[in-house]
Write a protein that binds this ligand. Structure first.
Ligand code: AMP
Length: 421
């Protein structure tokens, strides 16, 4: 048997229905904040990620799915969403005016699979181009927070930091290197490499053996230039005014090279379910104009695993309005015709499509999570009346055996349900 590839998963049945529900709630929030969808290809020229995510980042060094196509081009499956959005925005002149874009897209990283870490996963991101003010950082964070709030998630902590501009970072990096140099031989081999290529990333190392040295490391916030300091102070001030709780954590630096100034993560039980920040140089570095930007990306699997853990959306299943059972050739045809008429009227209906006993039809109806169940047999056809049973309350109703009466019945039930909500 051929099995799915390590680090990938199939999403189907109730799980797929839940994904759809969540995605549609999130998309509506995006549209409400005036963000428009962008869909970019699953693969891009490898160079795009070398120049954006960074040649020395873990993603580029160890995690990309890179291959040559038949004409020898080096292509890479997107390891994240932002770079492709920036590439597309430059290519289609989307950044002439300010631009707010969102995407829900697969991403691929060759990482060690474990809980919440896959080799193919979905990122749902928002990117706000063309505005440098802290208000836009606050708008982006408010948007991510609104998604979490509307989905009902609890115990999520927002951590923010500023990694400043290139100038602030240059000063900080040399100070951090002086600090780390003393114990360099005791840091992990990755951090030893980072020491030479991207010292800031040492702060993000998850290994306890490295973390223990870093508690007294110099604080990046002490190295911000006046502009970056003001930008960060204003962001904190706005988040306070928006009543968004946050904690400043000067160890949050993010794993991608393109970030400048604000960076943030929404964390649940030590796991980042959303990460983001400002990237004021990326559009320019990829060949566009000097357009500042800020954005975030949710990991959909992580988001949905918290939703499940917290028992949110537990009643979120594809529900049928009615299952139409039947006894023989004639009643099956009647059921089939009724089903199609009612489907055309936008009701969710299934029927029994082969010879089965009543018990097994009822079992099937329950498996399909139907609200109402009816059986058509000789008697019902002769009298033109059938019983419809509510499978939850067990109440039975008599209804004329024709499209209009069943439609009227279902509509009445729907409006009663809506009133009782
Ligand atoms: P990043 O692009 O690394 O900032 O990641 C953005 C978000 O994507 C993270 O906060 C995670 O929720 C999610 N994510 C990153 N890598 C993975 C992975 N290998 N598997 C599942 N989700 C991931």
């Amino acid at each position: 048997m051929i099995k799915s590839v390590r680090g990938t998963k199939d999403i189907f049945a109730d799980e797929a229905y839940l994904w759809n529900q969540i995605e549609s709630i999130i998309k509506n929030i995006f549209f409400g904040f005036n963000f428009f969808e962008i869909r970019t290809p699953v693969f891009e020229h490898t160079e795009l990620f070398l120049r954006s995510v960074g040649e020395n980042s873990d993603i580029v060094q160890k995690e990309m799915y890179t291959f040559q196509d038949k004409s020898g081009r080096s292509l890479t499956l997107k390891p994240e969403g932002t770079a492709a959005v920036v590439r597309a925005g430059i290519e289609h002149n989307l950044f002439d005016a300010y631009q707010k874009l969102f995407y829900i897209s697969p991403a691929f990283r060759y990482e060690r699979p474990q809980n919440g870490r896959y080799r193919e996963f979905y990122q749902c991101g928002a990117e706000f181009f063309g505005c440098e003010n802290s208000e836009c950082d606050a708008e982006i964070i408010f948007l991510a927070d609104k998604i979490l709030r509307d989905l009902g998630l609890k115990n999520i902590n927002l951590k923010i930091n500023s990694i400043g501009c290139k100038n602030c970072r240059q000063k900080y990096n040399s100070e951090l290197k002086n600090f780390v140099r003393v114990n360099l031989q005791d840091f992990c081999s990755d951090c030893q490499k980072r020491f030479a290529t991207n010292p800031l990333r040492i702060l993000d190392c998850k290994k306890e053996s490295c973390k223990k040295f870093l508690s007294d490391a110099p604080n990046i916030l002490d190295f911000l230039c006046d502009d970056c300091k003001n930008h960060f102070e204003r962001l904190k001030n706005l988040l306070d005014k928006l009543k968004i709780n946050f904690e400043v954590d000067n160890k949050i630096v993010r794993g991608l090279d393109y970030y400048t100034r604000s960076v943030f993560e929404f964390i649940y039980n030590d796991i980042a379910i959303c990460g983001g920040g400002r990237y004021d140089n990326l559009v320019f570095e990829l060949g566009g104009k000097k357009i500042p930007a800020v954005g975030f990306g949710f990991g959909m699997e992580r988001l949905i695993s918290v939703i499940k853990e917290q028992n949110l959306f537990c009643d979120c299943k594809n529900r049928l309005d009615l299952f139409i059972g039947n006894m023989d050739f004639e009643s099956r045809e009647k059921a089939f015709l009724l089903m199609n008429y009612l489907r055309a009227e936008n009701f969710k209906i299934e029927y029994n499509n082969q010879e089965r006993g009543i018990k097994s039809q009822l079992k099937n109806a329950l498996r399909l999570n139907t609200k109402f169940f009816m059986i058509i047999g000789d008697e019902e056809l002769k009298n033109n009346v059938a019983k419809i049973k509510n499978l939850e309350s067990k109440k039975e109703y008599e209804v004329g055996l024709n499209e209009d009466e069943i439609k009227k019945f279902l509509l009445e039930r729907k409006s009663l349900e809506e009133k009782s909500l």
